[in-house]
Write a protein that binds this ligand. Structure first.
Ligand SMILES: [Zn+2]
Length: 152
């Protein structure tokens, strides 16, 4: 996936927090380096601690961006976004992310009349009641196969 497309999905607030996180990590690393440094090797200790903290901060920021991506992506697929963020955050070794990408639904359609999100099995918008034409079937909403609706 292209980075620009990834970032266009991640909410702006989450991106801001990721930058704040990197900045804070660098600052903490420099301060810790400054406090623990001996008189002679001040610059070297600060550089070591600072760069280690920077790497840690960047890793955490990427993790945060991925959680933001899962949140926004789950929402536009009409899935439980908060639940999936928890799954992605709590499962070890990125298994939660893997699980999300295996389980995720196709992108939910939007109502042609009011623009709200309508999940794919729905034949009528739950916000305004307009009949929905499903893009993944050639038939119109009213002539759809009843067994197809029952299986979903
Ligand atoms: Zn509608």
């Amino acid at each position: 996936m292209k980075l620009r497309r990834f970032l266009s999905i991640v909410p702006k607030t989450v991106q801001l927090w990721a930058w704040v996180l990197v900045g804070c990590a660098l600052l903490i690393g420099l301060v810790v380096g400054y406090k623990t440094a001996d008189q002679g090797a001040m610059l070297r200790t600060m550089t070591t601690y600072g760069s280690a903290a920077l790497v840690l901060g960047i890793v955490l920021a990427i993790w945060l961006l991925c959680l933001g991506f899962v949140f926004a992506d789950a929402r536009r697929r009409d899935m439980r976004s908060a639940l999936w963020v928890l799954v992605a955050a709590l499962f070890p070794h990125l298994l939660g992310f893997l699980l999300y990408f295996v389980m995720r639904h196709p992108i939910a359609a939007t109502c042609t009349h009011c623009g709200m999100t309508v999940s794919n099995p729905q034949r009528f918008c739950s916000w305004c009641g307009t009949a929905q034409f499903q893009p993944n079937s050639a038939k119109g909403p009213l002539t759809a196969n009843p067994s197809q609706g029952a299986s979903q």
